[in-house]
Design a protein around this ligand. Sequence first.
Ligand code: FES
Ligand code: FES
Length: 162
Amino acid sequence: MTLKLTINGQERELAVPPQTPLLNVLRNDLSLNGPKYGCGLGECGACSVLIDGMAARSCVLPVSAAVGHNVTTLDGLAQNGQLDPVQQAFIDAQAAQCGYCLNGMIITVRGLLNHNAQPTAEQIRAALEHNLCRCGTHVEILQAAERAVVINAVALEEAPYE
Ligand code: FES
Ligand code: FES
């Protein structure tokens, strides 16, 4: 069975069983290594992607559920050679130790800002509550997320989304 998907703005046709986890298709068939395999159970957030701008856990999402939606991975966040403001904020804040969780953190913050450009500190905490970091860099991650709000606001002023 051939499925038509829109991944990082590109139309892709894939002959894969419809129940295959989206994460497997992204990593194994499309070589998009932004999303990470962590728990495989929807509990850690490492595999997060954006589906129509909202964060979703691709390890528990059958690829067929992504048909007709826009899937964005970490690999597709940068535009025109420019990092997404959330990516830039995480670099600025040096929020990584091993970095394995950062895909999920960045995608989750991007998803939050897509529907709430000025979240409070509590709303940021709530959004990230179910993203796990085994290295314990939560303080830096929260700082990065708060910086992302600021950088994102500047970017929106310069080039507002349509
Ligand atoms: S790998 Fe998907 S939530 Fe952990
Ligand atoms: S930085 Fe290592 S898991 Fe978060």
